[in-house]
Write a protein that binds this ligand. Structure first.
Ligand SMILES: Cc1cc2nc3c(=O)[nH]c(=O)nc-3n(C[C@H](O)[C@H](O)[C@H](O)COP(=O)(O)O)c2cc1C
Length: 196
């Protein structure tokens, strides 16, 4: 079974990268894991031509790494999407990659869209500098999780759970509570794939 990890953080020593590395460690027994640093990918942003909606299989722009990631999404059993919270949302690079993969996720059928990645499972990861209480009040990581979830929902991908780290200015290190939470969530993800 394959697990694809999309790391939307540009910081190799940041919290999101650390959480995703821990997720990768946990999944390695059961899955063939591939972690992709979205910031290192070479791809153009979506130009809104809607050509993908005529083609219905993938983006029709000149091939770059956006289509390659789309194919990897298709081939994976589980997808882990991680992003820092940037102004209550995912990072621009990650959003750009997902926009380029609209047709990977769903077909524009009427009256409702048809999900293309049904049966796959996901975990969402995010981090923000704001401490817990204020993060909650200002809906910061909530905004990030909600938007990533929306993309996955269009694809028919079930989100098994999310991992959030707040107050990252103090430290980007993962405490034992968070490490245990990651382990529990990875177990849940494995079980959900086994059941399906
Ligand atoms: C452009 C930009 C926007 C940001 N917006 C927010 C925000 O809305 N709320 C917040 O708490 N932190 C915000 N941050 C801080 C990051 O979320 C924080 O540094 C987080 O730890 C980054 O994740 P990383 O450690 O994995 O890189 C922002 C940082 C950048 C660069």
């Amino acid at each position: 079974m394959k697990a694809l990890i999309l790391n939307g953080s540009p910081r190799p020593k940041g919290s999101v990268t650390k959480i995703l590395s821990e997720v990768s460690k946990n999944l390695k027994n059961k899955f063939e894991v591939e972690m992709v640093d979205v910031y290192k990918l070479d791809f153009k942003p979506c130009i809104g031509c809607r050509g993908c909606r005529k083609n219905e299989t993938e983006c029709i722009m000149k091939e770059d790494e956006a289509q390659i990631i789309g194919r990897k999404m298709n081939e994976s059993d589980v997808i882990i999407v991680g992003s820092p919270t940037h102004f209550n949302n995912m990072s621009a690079q990650l959003k750009s990659l997902l926009d380029r993969n609209g047709t990977t996720l769903f077909q524009e059928t009427k009256p409702l869209p048809t999900p293309n990645l049904k049966g796959k499972k996901a975990i969402i990861v995010t981090a923000c500098v704001t401490p817990l209480f204020f993060n909650f009040l200002l809906g910061m990581t909530r905004g990030t999780i909600k938007t990533i979830k929306l993309y996955l929902k269009y694809g028919g991908i079930k989100v098994v759970g999310s991992i959030i780290k707040t107050g990252t200015e103090k430290s980007t290190d993962l405490d034992s509570g968070l490490i245990k939470k990651i382990e529990r969530l990875c177990n849940r993800l494995e079980k959900s794939v086994a059941i399906a």
